[in-house]
Write a protein that binds this ligand. Structure first.
Ligand code: GRF
Length: 208
Protein backbone atom coordinates (compact mmCIF):
# COMPACT_ATOMS: atom_id res chain seq x y z
CA UNK A 1 0.00 0.00 0.00
CA UNK A 2 1.04 3.60 -0.50
CA UNK A 3 0.83 6.16 2.27
CA UNK A 4 0.58 9.93 2.19
CA UNK A 5 1.49 11.61 5.47
CA UNK A 6 0.39 15.10 6.53
CA UNK A 7 2.49 17.05 9.06
CA UNK A 8 2.81 20.61 10.37
CA UNK A 9 5.53 20.07 12.96
CA UNK A 10 8.38 17.95 14.17
CA UNK A 11 6.97 14.82 12.61
CA UNK A 12 7.97 12.23 15.21
CA UNK A 13 4.84 10.18 14.39
CA UNK A 14 5.76 10.39 10.69
CA UNK A 15 9.26 9.18 11.55
CA UNK A 16 7.88 6.31 13.64
CA UNK A 17 5.67 5.20 10.72
CA UNK A 18 8.46 5.61 8.19
CA UNK A 19 10.77 3.64 10.45
CA UNK A 20 8.24 0.81 10.95
CA UNK A 21 7.72 0.68 7.19
CA UNK A 22 11.49 0.56 6.53
CA UNK A 23 11.76 -2.32 9.02
CA UNK A 24 8.99 -4.26 7.28
CA UNK A 25 6.58 -3.92 10.22
CA UNK A 26 4.16 -1.97 8.03
CA UNK A 27 3.39 -3.40 4.59
CA UNK A 28 3.28 0.02 3.02
CA UNK A 29 5.57 2.80 1.84
CA UNK A 30 5.48 6.48 2.57
CA UNK A 31 5.12 7.82 -0.99
CA UNK A 32 4.58 11.50 -0.28
CA UNK A 33 4.58 14.02 2.53
CA UNK A 34 2.08 16.88 2.64
CA UNK A 35 2.69 19.92 4.80
CA UNK A 36 1.46 23.47 5.35
CA UNK A 37 4.90 24.41 6.74
CA UNK A 38 7.64 24.01 4.14
CA UNK A 39 10.47 24.09 6.66
CA UNK A 40 9.00 22.07 9.56
CA UNK A 41 10.99 19.14 10.99
CA UNK A 42 8.75 16.61 9.26
CA UNK A 43 9.35 18.19 5.84
CA UNK A 44 13.12 18.29 6.45
CA UNK A 45 13.08 14.62 7.42
CA UNK A 46 11.14 13.73 4.26
CA UNK A 47 13.59 15.59 2.01
CA UNK A 48 16.44 13.85 3.77
CA UNK A 49 14.86 10.47 2.98
CA UNK A 50 14.09 11.42 -0.63
CA UNK A 51 10.32 11.50 -0.04
CA UNK A 52 8.54 14.08 -2.21
CA UNK A 53 7.06 17.01 -0.26
CA UNK A 54 3.84 18.77 -1.33
CA UNK A 55 2.72 22.11 0.09
CA UNK A 56 -0.95 22.34 1.04
CA UNK A 57 -3.17 24.31 1.26
CA UNK A 58 -2.75 27.38 -0.92
CA UNK A 59 -3.18 30.51 1.14
CA UNK A 60 -2.17 34.18 1.23
CA UNK A 61 0.97 33.24 3.13
CA UNK A 62 1.60 30.23 0.92
CA UNK A 63 0.69 31.08 -2.68
CA UNK A 64 2.81 28.17 -3.92
CA UNK A 65 0.59 25.72 -1.99
CA UNK A 66 -1.74 23.38 -3.89
CA UNK A 67 -5.51 23.80 -4.13
CA UNK A 68 -7.63 20.86 -2.92
CA UNK A 69 -8.23 19.68 -6.49
CA UNK A 70 -4.54 19.87 -7.37
CA UNK A 71 -3.66 17.97 -4.19
CA UNK A 72 -6.18 15.21 -4.97
CA UNK A 73 -4.74 14.92 -8.49
CA UNK A 74 -1.19 14.79 -7.14
CA UNK A 75 -2.13 12.11 -4.60
CA UNK A 76 -3.72 10.10 -7.44
CA UNK A 77 -0.50 10.42 -9.43
CA UNK A 78 1.37 8.95 -6.46
CA UNK A 79 -1.35 6.25 -6.26
CA UNK A 80 -1.74 6.89 -2.55
CA UNK A 81 -4.12 4.48 -0.75
CA UNK A 82 -4.25 6.04 2.71
CA UNK A 83 -3.74 9.51 4.15
CA UNK A 84 -2.31 9.73 7.66
CA UNK A 85 -2.47 12.97 9.59
CA UNK A 86 0.42 13.19 12.02
CA UNK A 87 0.36 16.55 13.73
CA UNK A 88 -1.22 18.31 10.74
CA UNK A 89 -3.01 21.30 12.21
CA UNK A 90 -5.27 22.40 9.35
CA UNK A 91 -8.79 21.11 8.77
CA UNK A 92 -9.08 18.59 5.92
CA UNK A 93 -11.46 20.01 3.28
CA UNK A 94 -14.66 18.16 2.35
CA UNK A 95 -13.42 17.36 -1.19
CA UNK A 96 -10.46 15.47 0.24
CA UNK A 97 -12.58 13.63 2.85
CA UNK A 98 -14.94 12.56 0.06
CA UNK A 99 -12.12 11.57 -2.30
CA UNK A 100 -10.70 9.18 0.34
CA UNK A 101 -13.69 7.63 2.17
CA UNK A 102 -12.61 5.61 5.24
CA UNK A 103 -9.02 6.11 4.14
CA UNK A 104 -7.89 9.10 6.22
CA UNK A 105 -6.64 8.69 9.79
CA UNK A 106 -5.56 11.13 12.48
CA UNK A 107 -3.81 10.74 15.80
CA UNK A 108 -4.83 12.94 18.71
CA UNK A 109 -3.01 13.10 22.06
CA UNK A 110 -6.04 12.58 24.34
CA UNK A 111 -8.68 9.94 24.96
CA UNK A 112 -11.35 11.27 22.60
CA UNK A 113 -14.08 12.41 22.80
CA UNK A 114 -12.51 14.15 25.81
CA UNK A 115 -10.17 17.09 25.18
CA UNK A 116 -10.69 17.20 21.42
CA UNK A 117 -11.91 19.70 18.85
CA UNK A 118 -10.69 23.04 17.56
CA UNK A 119 -8.40 24.68 20.11
CA UNK A 120 -7.27 21.38 21.62
CA UNK A 121 -3.87 20.91 20.06
CA UNK A 122 -0.29 20.61 21.27
CA UNK A 123 0.46 21.38 24.91
CA UNK A 124 -3.03 22.85 25.39
CA UNK A 125 -4.45 19.32 25.43
CA UNK A 126 -2.12 18.14 28.18
CA UNK A 127 -2.59 21.30 30.25
CA UNK A 128 -6.36 20.80 30.10
CA UNK A 129 -6.08 17.11 31.04
CA UNK A 130 -3.95 17.95 34.10
CA UNK A 131 -6.24 20.84 35.11
CA UNK A 132 -9.29 18.55 34.90
CA UNK A 133 -7.87 16.14 37.46
CA UNK A 134 -8.26 13.19 35.05
CA UNK A 135 -6.09 10.25 36.20
CA UNK A 136 -5.61 8.78 32.73
CA UNK A 137 -4.88 10.08 29.28
CA UNK A 138 -3.49 8.64 26.06
CA UNK A 139 -3.63 8.81 22.29
CA UNK A 140 -6.61 8.14 20.03
CA UNK A 141 -6.36 7.08 16.39
CA UNK A 142 -9.54 7.88 14.50
CA UNK A 143 -10.93 8.22 11.00
CA UNK A 144 -11.11 11.78 9.72
CA UNK A 145 -14.34 13.54 8.84
CA UNK A 146 -14.98 17.20 8.04
CA UNK A 147 -14.61 18.31 11.68
CA UNK A 148 -11.77 18.36 14.18
CA UNK A 149 -11.36 15.10 16.13
CA UNK A 150 -14.91 13.75 15.70
CA UNK A 151 -14.39 10.81 13.29
CA UNK A 152 -14.92 7.19 14.30
CA UNK A 153 -12.43 5.93 16.88
CA UNK A 154 -10.20 3.05 15.80
CA UNK A 155 -7.74 2.61 18.67
CA UNK A 156 -6.71 4.13 21.98
CA UNK A 157 -3.93 3.61 24.51
CA UNK A 158 -4.07 4.57 28.17
CA UNK A 159 -1.26 6.19 30.16
CA UNK A 160 -1.44 7.43 33.76
CA UNK A 161 -1.50 11.11 34.65
CA UNK A 162 0.86 11.35 37.61
CA UNK A 163 0.23 13.64 40.58
CA UNK A 164 3.01 16.09 39.83
CA UNK A 165 3.08 15.85 36.05
CA UNK A 166 3.98 18.90 34.03
CA UNK A 167 2.23 19.17 30.65
CA UNK A 168 5.61 18.38 29.03
CA UNK A 169 6.05 15.18 31.06
CA UNK A 170 2.54 14.00 30.26
CA UNK A 171 3.04 14.91 26.58
CA UNK A 172 6.20 12.80 26.41
CA UNK A 173 4.43 9.79 27.98
CA UNK A 174 1.51 10.10 25.57
CA UNK A 175 3.79 10.67 22.55
CA UNK A 176 5.67 7.46 23.26
CA UNK A 177 2.37 5.55 23.06
CA UNK A 178 1.35 7.54 19.97
CA UNK A 179 4.30 6.12 18.08
CA UNK A 180 3.37 2.56 19.09
CA UNK A 181 -0.36 2.74 18.48
CA UNK A 182 -0.15 4.64 15.18
CA UNK A 183 2.33 2.17 13.70
CA UNK A 184 0.15 -0.75 14.87
CA UNK A 185 -3.00 0.75 13.37
CA UNK A 186 -1.30 1.58 10.07
CA UNK A 187 0.07 -1.98 9.91
CA UNK A 188 -3.51 -3.28 10.35
CA UNK A 189 -4.82 -0.85 7.73
CA UNK A 190 -2.25 -1.99 5.17
CA UNK A 191 -3.09 -5.64 5.87
CA UNK A 192 -6.87 -5.08 5.52
CA UNK A 193 -7.40 -5.93 9.18
CA UNK A 194 -9.99 -3.21 9.86
CA UNK A 195 -13.45 -4.74 10.29
CA UNK A 196 -16.73 -2.89 10.71
CA UNK A 197 -19.15 -3.72 13.51
CA UNK A 198 -22.86 -3.78 12.57
CA UNK A 199 -23.37 -0.38 14.18
CA UNK A 200 -20.57 1.12 12.07
CA UNK A 201 -17.78 1.12 14.66
CA UNK A 202 -14.40 0.11 13.20
CA UNK A 203 -12.40 -2.59 14.97
CA UNK A 204 -8.94 -4.02 14.40
CA UNK A 205 -8.67 -7.75 13.83
CA UNK A 206 -5.53 -9.18 15.39
CA UNK A 207 -3.06 -11.06 13.20
CA UNK A 208 -4.10 -14.63 12.50
C1 GRF B 1 1.12 14.67 18.41
O1 GRF B 1 0.94 14.83 19.78
C2 GRF B 1 -0.18 14.33 17.74
O2 GRF B 1 -1.04 13.58 18.54
C3 GRF B 1 -0.78 15.68 17.49
O3 GRF B 1 0.32 16.51 17.16
C4 GRF B 1 1.51 15.97 17.72
C5 GRF B 1 2.47 15.77 16.61
O4 GRF B 1 3.73 15.36 17.03
N1 GRF B 1 -1.84 15.59 16.53
P1 GRF B 1 4.80 14.95 15.96
O5 GRF B 1 4.91 16.10 14.95
O6 GRF B 1 4.35 13.68 15.31
O7 GRF B 1 6.07 14.79 16.74
Amino acid sequence: KKLGIFVSGGGSNFQAIHDASSRGLIHGDVSVLVTDKASCGGAEYARDKGIPVLLFPRSKNCPEGLSSIDLINALRTFEVDFLLLAGYLKLIPTELVQAYPKCILNIHPSLLPAFGGKGFYGMKVHRAVIASGARFSGPTVHFVDEHYDTGLILAQRVVPVLANDTPEQLAARVLHEEHNVYAEVVAALCEDRIVWRDDGVPLIRSKA
